[in-house]
Write a protein that binds this ligand. Structure first.
Ligand code: FE
Length: 374
């Protein structure tokens, strides 16, 4: 194939080269990103075939009015939002769904030839990682500055939070009274010996929680707490939050830590699910909150159109849909929460800038490993 033919091939179908390169990268290097393995067990991801998504994507990605999103979010949760945007603007949106680790590896392999315009994923730790790898481009947006508090955005403008989730304490009300609960640190007290359930430390959500504790309490104190948690475990760590919550309901443990929306989804299915939520650290730093969010991909052909979609996702209308269909909290202040979220009562949120979770991620991983938290 001459260079001219290759150029023509790339112009007419920009996926040809990236897919080949991506396949090679996977074969040769595998995935070495720290968020890869934990995301691959994320209950939030759906098993959409990569090949299939690329094929679908290839049909429309040359159209300037199509925005391609690489997303680790559950397609069922995010699709209604995107359909609404298409309805209002005529802009088509293509979703390529996979876990965060593979999506980042793919963006890296595809470079400037990527069909992706937007990365949509969970946890500031993942967004920070994508920015560190140079996969996102900085944007300046008055709309995002107005809609999203600064603590939920990258100071350099490479990503923004679009929804909030609280990682807090859950308990079995038949065995524990709310008066006995207070902080994440208190779960290290010997009074909880054999009563605590935790999700694996390989999950970025726990890495971010521990990063926030390092920021607030220092390394030494945090390590002591993690050792206490490990000592108190009722059983092996869980691969996901939902099975951990179900273990509390089944009486296997009395207390645990999980993200609020997993609890919300369980309550949707079983309104009498016998587990209660407790807002951690109300007398101290506030409950740990994290974001799901998005950034414009560095190799996007349509950064302006992509930013418009991200801005729309921060609007009152989109924020309301996040809260009602996904059981997440709006990132924009003053947007109505769903009835279920309101029923959990108001709570003080940790004020930390979420990008700290990325900065302290390596330290958090090493510490949990050292403390024997699997
Ligand atoms: Fe999740």
């Amino acid at each position: 194939m001459s260079l001219n033919t290759l150029t023509a091939t790339l112009t007419s179908n920009k996926l040809t080269l990236p897919v080949a390169v991506f396949g090679m990268m996977l074969g040769l290097t595998g995935c070495n990103n720290s968020s890869t393995t934990e995301e691959s067990v994320d209950a939030e991801t759906t098993a959409v075939s990569t090949e299939e998504s690329v094929a679908n994507d290839g049909a429309t990605s040359t159209d300037g009015q199509t925005i391609t999103i690489y997303s680790s979010r559950n397609e069922q949760l995010i699709k209604p939002l995107l359909d609404r945007y298409t309805e209002q603007t005529g802009v088509k949106v293509e979703l390529v769904t996979d876990s965060t680790g593979p999506l980042l590896a793919r963006l890296e392999a595809e470079g400037q030839n990527t069909p992706a315009d937007m990365l949509l994923t969970v946890d500031a730790g993942n967004l920070w990682q994508a920015a560190q790898q140079g996969l996102l481009q900085p944007v300046a947006s008055d709309v995002l500055a107005a809609n999203v508090p600064a603590k939920y955005r990258d100071p350099k403008g490479q990503w923004t939070g679009l929804s909030l989730r609280a990682r807090t304490i859950f308990y079995d009300p038949s065995k524990v009274s709310a008066d006995e609960l207070s902080t994440y640190a208190d779960l290290a007290d010997p009074k909880w010996k054999g009563k605590l359930c935790l999700r694996t430390s390989k999950k970025v959500y726990n890495q971010s929680l521990v990063a926030s504790m390092i920021e607030h309490l220092g390394e030494e104190k945090t390590e002591e707490i993690i050792r206490g948690w490990v000592d108190n475990l009722a059983t092996d760590v869980f691969s996901d939050d939902t099975s951990m919550l179900e273990a509390i309901a089944a009486g296997q443990c009395e207390v645990g830590i999980a993200n609020s929306y997993y609890y919300g989804r369980l309550l949707d299915e079983k309104p009498d699910f016998p587990v209660e939520i407790f807002w951690a650290n109300q007398g101290t730093t506030g409950t740990h909150v994290n974001v799901s969010g998005a950034g414009v991909v560095a190799g996007s052909d349509n950064p302006d159109g992509t930013l418009k979609l991200i801005e729309w996702l921060s609007s009152d209308e989109a924020q309301g849909i996040y809260a009602s269909s996904d059981k997440e909290f709006p990132v924009k202040e003053g947007v109505d929460e769903s009835e279920m979220l309101r029923s959990w009562g108001p709570f003080k949120k940790d004020d930390i800038n979420v990008q700290k979770f990325g900065e302290l991620q390596t330290q958090a991983i090493q510490m949990m490993d050292k403390a024997g938290y699997k």
